[in-house]
Design a protein around this ligand. Structure first.
Ligand code: NAP
Length: 280
């Protein structure tokens, strides 16, 4: 009998992840002999671990904080256009020649989720300028967003994000702001939180109630907790809103489709497994 194929999530730490339940449910449903595991690796172990994938029968990985950007250095095969544009890979596949190919499915996950939500943003404000922000901004630019204002606690990160995209999307306008109050949310149709603020119980809400308006859609990439202080505020102000669970689901679906081609991910099975886990 051929050995079970291994897939998994690489990061540090990874204990909080919902990815194993989602992928293992999909493997079981499609009777695929594979297992999805967690790989918590320290930075000094990263290179050796990635080089050892073929020998360990590890056929594919998702990559999370803090390695999405570093992992690119160790790709030995194809890397997608999105990986080059975003500067981060969250999906690795080991090909039959034992080369590591890199993809970004965070941006695809976000696109699928906003399509499901039936929103077509034109003017967007984004809090945070890290890896996830770059993926959602790339997604928005590909979908014809006209204006993006970015605020990060580290202004250099916002400036470098704007520099990354400006040349390739000259028809879209970038505004980098130094304070959250300068995001001008009043004239936006979408506000995205792509910072980690809201993950912990004591976290503040970065925007005030008066900055929100009922025509605004508020999207928080955080999915644990399901309702952050920002989403609670959005609900109270009568805004439409969503947490990052849909993006998490669809990035997983897109990673599965890359690894298992031509098989297709069983989306509803994966959604059900995720929802069950998060409601535990
Ligand atoms: P990241 O690379 O660390 O980026 C977060 C950025 O936010 C950093 O530049 C950080 O600056 C900045 N920041 C921190 N505190 C801030 C504040 N008070 N105001 C403004 N900016 C602030 O992390 P990431 O990978 O982009 O992830 C960001 C969030 O998205 C996390 O909560 C993650 O769980 C979530 N996420 C969700 C999905 C999904 O599928 N739903 C996918 C990916 C990520 P410093 O580095 O200076 O602290």
């Amino acid at each position: 009998m051929p050995p079970i194929k291994i897939y998994g999530l690489l990061g540090y730490p990874v204990g909080h992840s919902f990815s194993p339940v989602m992928h293992n449910a999909a493997f079981r449903h499609l009777k695929i002999k594979a297992k999805y595991r967690l790989f918590a690796k320290k930075s000094e172990e990263l290179k050796g671990f990635l080089q050892s994938l073929p020998g360990q029968n590890i056929c594919g990985l998702n990559v999370t904080i803090p390695y999405k950007e570093n992992a690119i250095t160790y790709l030995s095969g194809y890397r997608s256009y999105a990986v080059n544009m975003i500067g981060a890979a969250n999906t690795i596949m080991v090909d039959k020649n034992k080369r590591l190919k890199g993809f970004n499915t965070d941006y695809l996950g976000f696109i699928r989720h906003i399509k499901e939500l039936k929103i077509k943003p034109k003017r967007t404000a984004v809090i945070g300028a890290g890896g996830a922000a770059k993926a959602v901004i790339f997604a928005l630019l590909k979908n014809g967003v006209k204006e993006i204002s970015v605020y990060d606690i580290d202004k250099y990160k916002s400036l470098s994000l704007a520099k990354r995209f400006r040349d390739n999307f000259p028809e879209s306008k970038f505004l980098v702001v130094a304070a959250v109050k300068d995001l001008n949310i009043e004239d936006k149709d979408l506000l995205i939180n792509a910072s980690p603020i809201g993950m912990h119980a004591q976290d503040p809400c970065l925007v005030s109630s008066s900055m929100l308006h009922p025509e605004l859609f508020v999207y928080d990439l955080i999915y644990n907790p399901l309702e952050t202080p920002l989403l609670k505020l959005a609900k109270d102000r009568g805004c439409r809103y969503a947490n990052g669970l849909g993006m998490l689901l669809y990035q997983g679906v897109e990673s599965f489709n890359i690894w298992m081609k031509p098989k297709k991910a069983p989306v509803e099975i994966m959604r059900k497994a995720l929802t069950k886990e998060i409601c535990k």
